[in-house]
Design a protein around this ligand. Structure first.
Ligand code: NAD
Length: 281
């Protein structure tokens, strides 16, 4: 990633923040594109001169276009787009049922999670095509692989990302651009913690000498411990707790030249959950 230029949408916190930190640690120049100005500006300032922030709502085409233009204007090119921004949507019982979901809410979630990813692909690919190289990595979900894991809009939007990834990979391969996605299971981020706190199911850094702390700060308490225990119980892989950093490592692999022959792939990071029957019953 050394010297590569990357945009990370939703990079102000959560998994996106972990991705930003890891990309920067590996030498990338990163533009954080998020709607949270305060958190985005603060993170960019904390990580140094190679990191900047641009306000960008991924569901608004002008914003996405501007974020790509800003990255190219500042750094001369774009090598990587990480489409990470996403929303879970309302977690009420009514919102979760196909019999009673709200069409407006469904549209809102799809606009951010699915249209946002498609717009990112569109404008990043246009910028990457001139150099005939680039990597687009989107954060989907195990809810894009299995049913029954989230509200309908979220599940539909994450399946859409997996489909968009395959379609865009078919088209953009001719231009030297790889397109992949990563599908995490439950990770303790503000998104999941908030959902958990609403009452709905849904290691320390190894690098002691690194200047950048790769483990993002999340508010921890007994409830978060309980949530992580449930997640660990569902994984077939026993032992570790899934961290934002684990998702960032997968995104890094797909963004970097180490995965130069991989395109159209959905890399599931779930401790074996989707390959087991643990979720049934
Ligand atoms: P989070 O809510 O903690 O962080 C999301 C970030 O995206 C925030 O900084 C937020 O400001 C930003 N954002 C939201 N809407 C935006 C928009 N319209 N435009 C630009 N930025 C926007 O969430 P997270 O858990 O870190 O999730 C990141 C991605 O990972 C999402 O796509 C999510 O669906 C996916 N994911 C998360 C989990 C999990 O367990 N946390 C599991 C599977 C997939």
């Amino acid at each position: 990633m050394d010297g590569k230029v990357a945009i990370v949408t939703g990079g102000a916190r959560g998994i996106g923040e972990a991705i930003v930190r890891l990309f920067v640690k590996h030498g990338a120049k990163v533009v954080i594109a998020d709607i949270d100005d305060a958190a985005g500006e603060a993170l960019a300032a904390a990580l140094g001169p190679h990191v900047s922030f641009v306000r960008c709502d991924v569901s608004v085409e002008e914003d996405v276009e501007r974020a790509v233009e800003r990255a190219v204007a500042r750094h001369g090119r774009l090598d990587v787009l990480c489409n990470n921004a996403g929303v879970l949507g309302r977690q009420t019982r009514a919102a979760k049922s196909i019999l009673s979901f709200d069409a407006g809410e469904f549209d809102r979630v799809l606009r951010v999670n699915a249209l946002g990813v498609a717009l990112g692909m569109k404008h990043a690919a246009r910028a990457m095509m001139t150099r005939r190289t680039g990597s687009i990595v989107s954060i989907a979900s195990v809810a894009g692989v299995l049913g029954g894991l989230g509200p309908h809009a979220y599940t539909a939007s994450k399946h859409a990302i997996v489909g968009l990834t395959k379609n865009a990979a078919c088209e953009l391969g001719a231009h030297g651009i790889r397109v992949n996605c990563v599908s995490p299971f439950g990770v303790a981020t503000p998104m999941l913690i908030n959902a958990w706190r609403q009452g709905h199911d849904a290691s320390a850094a190894d690098d002691a000498d690194a200047d950048i702390d790769l483990d993002i700060a999340v508010p921890r308490d007994e409830e978060v411990e309980k949530m992580e225990e449930v997640v660990r119980g569902l994984a077939t892989l026993k032992g570790p707790t899934l961290r934002p950093r684990d998702i960032a490592e997968a995104a890094l692999f797909l963004a970097s030249d180490d995965s130069r022959y991989i395109s159209g792939h959905n890399l599931v990071v779930d401790g074996g959950v989707t390959t087991s029957r643990n979720l049934i019953g």
